[in-house]
Ligand binder design. Structure first.
Ligand SMILES: Nc1nc2c(ncn2[C@@H]2O[C@H](COP(=O)(O)OP(=O)(O)OP(=O)(O)O)[C@@H](O)[C@H]2O)c(=O)[nH]1
Ligand SMILES: [Mg+2]
Length: 438
């Protein structure tokens, strides 16, 4: 089954390109016909000339990144006619994107999506890729997510959201994040979240890159996403690569509508020059990943984020999961012991651990790594950054700073208050996973 990716705004378009590149290169790296065929059906269709064309729609209110994407030489292609841009962005304003630009260009964007859908023999669903902090990705992205939900109510809808640096690049990034989450949380089946802070640290500390660029960050984000979305064998797929990637992801991780936040962590991350000398041991890798899960850090131990504040969780309390998906790729996956991830201590008591843990496997090595273990977790791991966003947004809102930029496009103070209440409720729900009702 196929996924139609909708790349929105600068961030969405830059990450989307890296994702397709990652997937295409991964498939080309070896002779593995059934794997590649399943992957290509997911992400590419073939043109009359035999070119691999991404199943993607590119949307940005600015022209630059789309132009770069369309002209960048790659072994695969974007379809020129599958893009839409305007001349000026939304100026980091969610309200402009959601209330003005989205509705103004709704028909043309819908037509582009429909054309991609018509190319799919079997549609699994949609993957909108966007940041939550700018104007186009967040505002137009939310609008497009709403239209996708209305027009394709039976298809799966999983949003990939990039969360901004906590120290912030724009003063209103937390307003935009708040408004995006308020809407997308209800529309989407699941939200795959990657935080720029965390990925930046992975690049600097684990990959030992001296000057971390956006490009480096996007490659890591694409690596994580590819590790989850490339074909794998599920417990009941009887040796056949899973058919409905988004549907299976949602059904094992996000079947409860109040819990839709999914974090991704992966091991190992190895600097390119060290790769040839590295050894990969499943027990060591899985031990690290298990420790990361328990402590809700998204980087390997030793370098992980120091837990500074854990709002709404008891001090030192372990990260509680509702559900986890472990994806193993590479050598010896079928003989690897994963029982530690079924430890009841990791989970809320709502589901038996055997129902809360899913394991997908593929014997095909991923992205030059002999072995890769990736964990997608619906747990309390995103409470801290989410709480940070809400608090920062509230600090601005308390003095009604910048609200006029939003109200002039139709987003009122009441809309903000409603969004605060909604996101507070998400935090409270996740807090209750650990039995903490504060
Ligand atoms: N990881 C990553 N983050 C990005 C990238 N580009 C922008 N961002 C982040 O995205 C946020 C800004 O969103 P953009 O995608 O630039 O904004 P936009 O959607 O184009 O919206 P406007 O330009 O305001 O119309 C900031 O938090 C940036 O750190 C990227 O290529 N990769
Ligand atoms: Mg932009």
């Amino acid at each position: 089954m196929s996924i139609v990716t909708v790349q929105l705004g600068q961030c969405g378009n830059q990450i989307g390109l890296e994702l397709f590149d990652n997937i295409f290169n991964d498939c080309q790296a070896g002779h593995r016909t059934t794997f590649s065929t399943a992957s290509w059906e997911r992400f590419f269709h073939q043109s009359q000339h035999g070119d691999f064309v991404a199943r993607a729609v590119l949307i940005d209110m600015e022209p630059k990144v789309i132009r770069q994407n369309l002209s960048r030489p790659t072994k695969w292609k974007y379809e020129q006619a599958s893009s839409f841009n305007q001349r000026q962005g939304c100026g980091n304003n969610w309200a402009d994107g959601f209330c003005v630009q989205g509705p103004a260009h709704s028909d043309v964007m819908e037509n582009l999506v429909r054309r991609q859908v018509e190319r799919c023999e079997r549609l699994s669903g949609f993957l909108p890729v966007m940041s939550v902090a700018g104007g186009t990705g967040s505002g137009v992205g939310t609008f497009v997510t709403q239209r996708l939900r209305d027009s394709y109510p039976k298809s799966f809808l999983v949003n990939h959201l990039t969360w901004p640096y906590s120290q912030g690049e724009t003063v209103v990034q937390n307003y935009n994040s708040l408004l995006t989450l308020r809407h997308v949380y209800q529309l989407s089946d699941a939200l795959l979240v990657q935080e720029n802070d965390v990925v930046h640290r992975i690049c600097g500390q684990l990959l030992r890159l001296k000057h971390v660029s956006v490009n480096h960050i996007n490659k890591v984000i694409a690596h994580h996403l590819g590790a989850v979305l490339q074909p794998a064998l599920t417990a009941d797929s009887h040796g056949v690569y899973s058919r409905n990637p988004l549907g299976e992801l949602v059904s094992c991780l996000a079947s409860h509508c109040e819990y839709r936040l999914l974090s991704i962590s992966s091991v190992p991350h190895i600097p390119a020059p060290s790769m040839a000398y590295s050894t990969f041991h499943w027990p060591v890798m899985l031990k690290h990943l298990r420790q990361m899960l328990a402590s809700s850090s998204k980087m390997e131990e030793g370098n992980s984020r120091q837990v500074c504040e854990r709002p709404r969780r008891l001090p030192g309390s372990p990260n509680v999961s509702l559900a986890n998906l472990l994806v193993l790729r590479g050598k010896d996956v079928f003989t690897t012991e994963t029982g530690d991830f079924g430890d009841a201590a990791l989970y809320s008591d709502w589901l038996a651990p055997k129902d809360a843990l899913s394991v997908w496997k593929s014997p095909v090595a991923f992205n030059k790594y002999e072995k890769t273990a990736t964990l997608v977790s619906n747990s309390q791991a995103l409470m801290e950054p989410l709480d940070h966003i809400v608090r920062k947004a509230w600090n601005l809102f308390a003095s009604r700073a910048f609200i006029h930029h939003y109200s002039k496009f139709g987003v009122s103070e009441e809309d903000f208050l409603d969004s605060f209440a909604f996101v507070e409720q998400i935090l409270s729900s996740y807090g209750q996973l650990g039995g903490n009702t504060s």
